[in-house]
Design a protein around this ligand. Structure first.
Ligand code: FEO
Length: 390
């Protein structure tokens, strides 16, 4: 383990990091571009020992090596499962083989999922815990808090009362390897809006429970441990999970086939900037859709600009709108620009997507460009700029 990884995961002498920093992973969950990712796991050393989650199969050998090195001659008494997704639960079967006496604790639904992922031997070691249950390890006591749908339905978090550590499952996680010393906020919004973004209501429910706890450390399943500015970290999650924008400005994702929609967008962006707006444009044919999802959530206003394709939306924009729909995108003012040379149809379909979302205000006019933007279109763009004012 490098010094950077040690620094970013250190909690205390009795709570030790045994996870895996996957610096080579470029695509996470077979879809999200990332510069590595960590699968975090901890061992609590006390009269009884507990392993907090496991790791992805890619880190299996390193994880088992870390566990053995940390436990030395001891055997683990408990494996606490906060989340059964395979990037954290691959090692469950392996630990049961190595330590047949280990007891597995998790929410009731973890028991059901253990049967789906593993054979009956693993399930036989399982005992369900429920909201508010505690487990004494000696001087450390774990308090279990259910957090259903803070990504998956079986999720719980646990709070270690003596050192005031919240083991937060996927909440407060980030993309990016621990080795890459990024600011937390930079990669966490990409992670949050794409992984957890749909579950704002459930994150709010967890934050309400966390408000009763004195938290000094947050240990998520991905990314660095939070030891400073805990209040700011929680405040950020609170804002995001209420779907409040992070930034004032206009985000303009565009999907252009031959470049004319792109030219119209870039010209409009300049005009908006000249009016004092902060504008960020993104070419959806070049950037990953997850980056556009993140920006759409971060900004308070978005203008969707797309060419028409086979009388519908050019697919890169359709993909973005589909993603926003399933992430429960809401509470924003939006504009629509379409282009079409012979049968413009993108705007109608974009409007259908957006009208079905909660608290979305569509700024009028919706603009139709016929092939290229011309001086005769200026008045419409001027009117849209006015309507998009924050
Ligand atoms: Fe990193 Fe929802 O698992």
């Amino acid at each position: 383990m490098t010094e950077t990884v040690k620094r970013r995961t250190a909690i205390s002498d009795s709570i030790r990091y045994v996870g895996f920093d996957d610096v080579e992973r470029e695509i996470f969950e077979s879809q999200y571009p990332t510069e590595g990712i960590s699968y975090n796991s901890y061992v609590i050393l006390d009269e009884k020992t507990a392993i907090m989650d496991t790791v992805d199969e890619r880190g299996g050998d390193a994880f088992i090596g870390n566990v053995k090195e940390t436990l030395k001659d001891k055997k683990p008494d408990y494996l606490i499962i906060h989340h059964m997704e395979p990037d954290h639960a691959w090692g469950v079967g392996k630990l049961c083989e190595l330590y047949p006496d280990i007891k597995i604790l998790g929410s009731a639904m973890v028991g059901q999922m253990l049967s789906q992922f593993f054979d009956d031997t693993v399930k036989s070691k399982f005992e369900a815990v429920k909201e508010g249950d505690t487990l004494s390890l000696g001087s450390h006591t774990l308090q279990f808090i259910m957090a259903p749908m803070v990504h998956w339905p079986e999720v719980m978090v646990s709070y270690e009362q003596s050192e005031k550590v919240l083991f937060s499952a996927d909440a407060f996680g980030t993309f990016g390897a621990l080795e890459h010393d990024e600011e937390w906020i930079a990669d966490s919004s990409h992670y949050y809006f794409n992984i957890v973004g749909k579950y704002g209501m459930q994150v709010q429910a967890l934050l309400k429970k966390a408000a009763d706890l004195d938290i000094k450390v947050i240990a998520p399943l991905h990314g660095p441990v939070h030891k400073e500015d805990i209040g700011q970290v929680i405040e950020t999650y609170d804002r995001w999970s209420r779907y409040e924008p992070e930034r004032r400005g206009i985000f303009i994702p565009y999907a252009s086939i031959h470049g004319n929609t792109k030219k119209a967008v870039l010209q409009f962006a300049k005009e908006l900037e000249a009016k004092g707006e902060t504008v960020v444009t993104m070419d959806l044919t070049e950037e990953d859709v997850s980056e556009a999802v993140e920006q759409a959530f971060l900004y308070d206003r978005v203008i969707f600009a797309a060419s028409t394709y086979d009388t519908e939306i050019f697919p890169p924009m359709n993909d973005l709108l589909h993603h926003l729909k399933i992430k429960l995108y809401q509470k924003r003012k939006v504009g629509i620009i379409e282009n079409g040379s012979w049968a413009p149809g993108a705007a109608k379909k974009m409007r259908e997507y957006l009208e079905a979302m909660k608290d979305i205000t569509i700024a009028e006019p919706v603009i139709t460009i016929r092939s290229v933007r011309k001086p005769s279109d200026d008045e419409k763009f001027e009117a849209l700029a006015e309507a998009m004012k924050g």
